[in-house]
Design a protein around this ligand. Structure first.
Ligand SMILES: [Zn+2]
Length: 112
């Protein structure tokens, strides 16, 4: 499927994905707090504005779906990195991305 390939090529670097995810989670915390304050304020004034609450909730829901999209992208990038960087130790065991020692013989992994 050409469309899938295009998406794979367009994958941003891991650091960028993680940064966006972190910022979104931070924004989410703030928006949740604002929403709580808003609802409380409505209660105080005895003026419940349903539309406003729906709007804020929709915003939060789309933010959360972007976060789960990022989770998927991050796991794809991480597993691709592992596959690509997989090399073999002198003992013949595969050494995975990020490993500092061979899991089989314990030799330190040389970083080229
Ligand atoms: Zn080894």
């Amino acid at each position: 499927m050409p469309r899938l390939r295009a998406v794979r090529r367009a994958l941003p670097p891991l650091g960028q994905l993680r940064r966006e995810r972190r910022e979104l989670l931070h924004t989410r915390e703030n928006k949740l707090r604002d929403l709580g304050g808003l609802v409380l304020e409505m209660f105080r004034r005895d003026q419940f504005r349903r539309e406003l609450v729906l709007e804020k909730c929709t915003e939060l829901a789309s933010l959360e779906s972007r976060v789960s999209e990022l989770d998927t992208l991050i796991s794809v990038v991480v597993s691709r990195g592992r596959t690509r960087a997989a090399v073999r130790c002198e003992c013949g065991a595969p050494v995975f991305w990020g490993a500092r020692f061979c899991a089989q013989c314990g030799r330190p992994v040389e970083t080229a």
